[in-house]
Design a protein around this ligand. Sequence first.
Ligand code: ADP
Length: 530
Amino acid sequence: MLGAMQDWDLRVTRIIDHAAREHGARELLTRWADGSETRTTWAGIRRDALKMTQALRKLGVGKGDRIATLAMNHHHHLISWYGAVGVGGVLHTINPRLFDDQLEYIANHAEDQVLLYDSMWAGVVERMKSKWTTIRHYICFDNGEFEAWIGAEDGQTEWATGDERDPCMLCYTSGTTGNPKGVLYQHRSTMLHAITSLQPAIFDFDARSVMLPVVPMFHAASWGLPWGGAAAGVKFVFSAVNDPAVLCELMNREKVTHTAGVPTVWLGMFGHMDATGAEIPSLRHAIIGGSAAPRFMIERLMKAGVNIAHAWGMTETSPIGTTGAKTWDWDDLPFDDQVSIKQMQGRVPFGVELRCVSLDDPDVELPRDGKTSGALQVRGPWVIQRYFKADKDAAIGPDQWFDTGDVAVIHPDGTLQLTDRTKDVIKSGGEWISSVELENAAVAHPAVAEAAAIGIAHPKWDERPILVVVKKPGAEASADEIRDFLGTKVAKWWLPDAVEFVDEIPHTGTGKISKKDLRDQFRDYKLADA
Ligand code: ADP
């Protein structure tokens, strides 16, 4: 016997239908790179997305075809998301800051048919055009071309229909090891993720919210904001430039209540606020994730009355994995303890399951004791099953756990605390040393701008850590001083065997430290006692 309720398929076009119907007059604002501004509404976004589906059909683009974007945050980009999925296609957001060989690989691997791009990336397009073998149509978003292209249509059409398990979006991981890998989201997974994202512990949205997403639409689906924001009918304030002065001005003028971005965004914002005395009194909710948010950042925002959702996730998890859901006793905790909890990566929403297994034996599940660290695994309806075009699943075994590549501790109340990445953790004398904790300790030194710890082969200990340091401009510190400083913060046997000063540490296309390149750089490094 089956249940007798309606089969309302979970297709993401239902989200924009809802936004236009229930929040049709709600405004969205774009600040373009040239400083001009455009306002539209949710009804306008839906109308233009329908026009785009007509225009795509005329190009012969339809079900299952990949439609790529190379663009910053603006409402034309948002229209293209709903237009691409509306024609039954697969939206492929490309990070324009990737290296050329990655750009070449992913567009060809995805077999993109159409590329919509911002004029600021026209140079990338020109450079790559001869290497992209499948793209048939190039349309510029912000020189009048996109508007003319969809403007020739009347919007009198229907969305493509299909199965809720059809693909709707493709995002590639930045590929810190090997080639980038494609994560192919379904309508269903995206819809469930969007509904979940509305919770207070995640985006905390309703129709009164004004959201300025700093996280780019090309990075991990802008954390799902274009879907969740439409479901809630929020006002989006998009900025095609990420200059802190512009962001601050927009936040104040448009009375922004919500924002989302990686920690470095706040470093820029604080710098601007300190230099000018600017404040953001309307802001009440900030989602921070992608890398660990430092304590001073959380403390400063919390003191300003901003609720912090410090989130952990990855492209493979759509990307929401955990956020700072409060425990029942939250209000009774002293402020310092609240900050310490927010500094960790938070707790799962309903729908995500986490566990840690031993780094030495993945069959051994570890206790949630807040002490034992291991390989973090995740599963749930918006977690990856298999990479695009891969011939075997990424989720392991009958229980479908996906290995995140992160190393973590889970506390008894479910709070996740990341301690490292599996490939970066350093094994010394049979025990594990967290490279992240060494780095966090090192950057607290006033002369250190950036630090990275890597393991170097050692005949007796297997591996020993060394610390690679970039000094702040004009600052001075010796290797011994830094080791002494670390000695006050980490166990003695964790102390790096050497501290090496460099001008620059290599980064990936998404701006994270590339340990792979750093390890290559130090491949022939010899420790003094090795
Ligand atoms: P990539 O894996 O290609 O760098 P993602 O954007 O998917 O791209 O990054 C996911 C990874 O980022 C996670 O596996 C984790 O290592 C790191 N990460 C994400 N959020 C946090 C956070 N709040 N604190 C620390 N690390 C984080």
